[in-house]
Design a protein around this ligand. Structure first.
Ligand SMILES: [Zn+2]
Length: 106
């Protein structure tokens, strides 16, 4: 297991996981549910982290993140999923949470 990214929100972490897995890189999210527990621990330890299951995938994962994620972070347009209400980044056409398609109206 290798950590390849620390996201500042869950939507981004899950998008990264989806990108990696669509490129045959097995990935896991850590710290996904700790938002309410930030009190006594350093903030960095509560941000959702993306880990690759196989250490040999680390290079590939970092390249994918560089190519596909950094442009997403810069992209300000976001949309709300009509199915589950989660926030999604503009360039993704499927909801990270429930895989619903983006509404053409948003
Ligand atoms: Zn959704």
């Amino acid at each position: 297991m290798k950590r390849v990214y620390t996201a500042d929100n869950r939507a981004l972490a899950w998008h990264i996981k989806n990108i990696l897995e669509s490129n045959t890189v097995a990935a896991e999210i850590r710290n996904d549910t700790l938002h309410s527990a930030q009190g006594g621990v350093p903030v960095n330890e509560c941000y959702p982290e993306v880990w690759v299951v196989n250490d040999s995938d680390e290079e590939t994962a970092r390249r994918l993140i560089e190519e596909q994620v950094e442009s997403v972070v810069a992209e300000e347009a976001q949309w709300l999923c009509e199915n589950c209400g989660e926030t999604n980044y503009g360039q993704f056409e499927l909801c990270w949470n429930c895989q619903a398609e983006r509404s053409s109206q948003s």
